[in-house]
Design a protein around this ligand. Structure first.
Ligand code: Q46
Ligand code: ZN
Length: 312
């Protein structure tokens, strides 16, 4: 098997592009895909500071690595979720990567900082663990970006993630969620801009990227993910992709090209809720107290603790 680009021995096959690539050309291909997503969707402007939401998994570490290689001013933020047997090794991978690249990692620990973990927060707020986790991470990423003076928050959502979310939204015809499912969410009203530069790369490509770059990452799935719907959608799309290589990229790519803008326009016309600063933490909210502060209070913590912006 030879590299289609340079004829050296190939190490990766990308079936949806009907190609095989050597290490050097594959790493270049990944960086090109990320660069193209950033340009096509106007994700990061010249001189802008980026905060990468880092989980210690392959996607976020590959993203951080590529942004640094592409010359972006990119720091990381890691949230310790307090999930036994999972959070500690995840943090170790994030820290090891930051050390290796001499990059700055901002760390926030839910237990130390706010007095709860994902499991106890979910129970106190009568939510599913992933709902409490998502709410906490979104809030902390947003606050860390705003308080740290970052222009953009970048997350490691890849093509498989986005296609699976789209499938879930389509199965429910949830037009509101579909309207917001874009690779870029503009900032404003106290929210930072959010971007997903990995939308052109599949999950197995970010894994191969990490292996070929020698990046150690958390290979275990979060134990809370077992049996969740998102994984089911991924599996279903995996079966379709197996038979029709490229189906996932077409499914999501054509959604962006043909439907996303129209849906976003319709939702903007419908108008959004009126936002005001949360009296406890200052984050924009449409309710009296923001959902994050409600969760922290119910879990017995102190929502006024601010996100530290110091890093190592
Ligand atoms: S980390 Fe958090 Fe995921 Fe674990 S608790 Fe659920 S949402 S599955 S990205
Ligand atoms: Zn609040």
């Amino acid at each position: 098997m030879k590299c289609r680009a340079c004829r050296a021995p190939a190490v990766v096959e990308i079936r949806r592009h009907n190609t095989t690539l050597c290490r050097h050309c594959f790493l270049g291909y990944c960086r090109n895909q990320v660069g193209r997503a950033i340009r096509d969707h106007d994700m990061i402007g010249p001189g802008q500071r980026v905060l990468v939401a880092v989980s210690g998994g392959k996607d976020s570490l590959a993203l951080w690595d590529m942004l640094l290689d592409l010359g972006y001013d990119a720091d990381g933020v890691y949230v310790g979720l307090g999930i036994d047997g999972y959070s500690q090794p995840s943090a170790d991978h994030a820290r090891a990567f930051a050390r290796r690249r001499q990059a700055r990692l901002v760390e926030v620990d839910l237990r130390q900082q706010y007095g709860y973990d994902v499991r106890s927060g979910a129970a106190a707020d009568h939510r599913a663990p992933c709902s409490a986790c998502g709410l906490s991470k979104r809030h902390i990423f947003d606050r860390a970006a705003v308080e740290g003076g970052y222009d953009v928050v970048a997350t490691g959502h890849n093509l498989d993630d986005e296609a699976a979310v789209l499938l879930g939204n389509v199965l429910r015809w949830d037009l509101e969620y579909m309207a917001r499912q874009r690779p870029v969410l503009p900032g404003g009203h106290g929210f930072p801009k959010k971007v997903k530069p990995l939308v052109r790369l599949a999950e197995r490509e970010t894994a191969a990227y990490c292996v070929l770059q020698g990046i150690d990452y958390q290979v275990e799935e979060c134990p809370m993910a077992a049996g969740n719907r998102h994984l089911g959608y991924k599996e279903a799309l995996g079966l379709i992709e197996e038979r029709s290589p490229g189906a996932k990229a077409v499914f999501f790519g054509q959604f962006l090209e043909r439907a996303a803008a129209a849906l976003a326009g319709a939702s903007a016309e419908a108008g959004g809720a009126v936002l005001h600063p949360c009296p406890s933490c200052g984050a924009p909210t449409s309710s009296e107290l923001c959902a994050f502060c409600r969760l922290v209070e119910r879990a017995g913590g102190d929502p006024r603790r601010r996100v530290p912006v110091s890093g190592r």
